[in-house]
Design a protein around this ligand. Structure first.
Ligand code: NAP
Length: 326
């Protein structure tokens, strides 16, 4: 089969597509014929050696995939060949087939496309875990989302609306903000052309947002935190902007506010039952039209580097997928 190979921690353009042996399912494993793999910012960081986890080289990037089970290993009785599933594996998804623990697979409903299913575990799972488990967001609270048209950002906009929050989307261009409006944002802020602080103040009548979803970091973090409401929760999700910010600790003191860490990858491992419940809820929401994940571009295996580059250059809206042809 063909797979994308990362042989050294370097720029995405050094990735190659190679013919490698077909994976074989060992005990407790399945082989999935990949139809679509979700592309996430952490994939780019992993290829460049800048992620928390450095897989042993060489490895195939791509953390999540949706497809059809083509083999089941000994001891796997709850899944069958031919079943449509989505899996989260951290690596291995930018390939025609991948081997995964059977426990990492979730069957997907017939009405859910492979492409949409492939975007759910990481980006939507992170936004879900952040808003529900970490922020404990309540109906009627105000949610400010930074980088709101990105993978985690747009998921937070949609999930925030589904949970009954008033959502303020903040992003760098009017085009990105128009997409956020389409997916339910009540108010929008262009932080390239407008003052984030002034606009948040005006939109919230000076009260500030109860919850801030922050996958961007850099200077935006402190700017946003300075506007947070009394008792607010600032969700630290990632640093797509590059810089890991510091925050003067008098700010949370003055607002009785919390800085709340979010690490979905650890949550998914430590609390698999809760994570499975979230994924099931997400699939229900997609099927009944409560949320509509955006797949804005499709890349072939040999174009994986372009997908990661688009992400690093801030050109992705919603989600993009790598699509293997069989
Ligand atoms: N903690 C967790 O469990 C967890 C899980 C998943 C992802 N993450 C992290 O969350 C962050 C976002 O991931 P994602 O998959 O949602 O990425 P994404 O789709 O690329 O979205 C990131 C957004 O950040 C903004 N941004 C600002 N400066 C940027 C820059 N220099 N380069 C790229 N984007 C920039 C962009 O919006 P504007 O152009 O509108 O500013 C972009 O839409 C990453 O740091 C990722 O590692 C964390």
């Amino acid at each position: 089969m063909r797979a994308v190979i990362c042989s050294s921690f370097d720029q995405p353009e050094t990735l190659t597509v190679e013919t490698v042996p077909d994976p074989v399912a060992a005990a407790g494993e399945i082989v999935v014929e990949v139809h679509a793999a979700g592309v996430n910012f952490p994939d780019a960081l992993m290829v460049m050696g800048q992620y928390q986890v450095r897989p042993p080289l060489p490895f195939t990037p791509g953390g999540e995939a949706a497809g059809v089970i083509s083999a089941v290993g000994p001891g796997v009785s709850h899944l069958q060949v031919g079943q449509r599933v989505v899996v989260f594996t951290r690596t291995g998804a930018f390939a025609e087939r991948l081997c995964a623990p059977a426990s990492s697979a979730t069957p997907i409903p017939e009405s859910l496309s492979f492409e949409v299913a492939a975007t759910l575990p990481l980006a939507f799972g992170t936004a879900m875990h952040a808003l529900i488990d970490r922020a404990k967001i309540a109906k009627g609270e105000t949610l400010l989302v930074l980088g709101a048209s990105g993978g985690v950002g747009l998921a937070a906009v949609m999930i925030g609306k589904a949970l009954g929050a008033r959502v303020i989307a903040a992003a760098s261009t009017d085009e990105k903000l128009a997409l956020c409006r389409t997916h339910g944002a009540d108010d929008v802020i262009n932080y390239t052309t407008e003052s984030l602080r002034d606009r948040v103040k005006a939109i919230t009548n000076g009260l500030g947002p109860d919850v801030i979803c922050d996958p961007v970091g850099g200077d935006l973090t402190e700017l946003a935190f300075r506007s947070i409401a009394w008792g607010g929760r600032h969700l630290v999700i990632g640093f797509a902007g590059g810089a890991i910010p510091s925050l003067p600790l008098n700010l949370p003191l003055l607002k009785g506010a919390s800085v709340v860490g979010v690490f979905w990858g650890s949550f998914e491992q430590r609390e698999p039952v809760a994570n499975a419940r979230h994924l099931s809820q997400l699939m229900d929401w997609v099927v009944n039209g409560t949320i509509s994940p955006v797949v804005s571009a499709r890349y072939a295996l040999h174009e994986s580097a372009s997908a990661l580059r688009a992400m690093l250059e801030r050109r992705v809206v919603g989600k993009v997928v790598v699509v293997a042809t069989h």
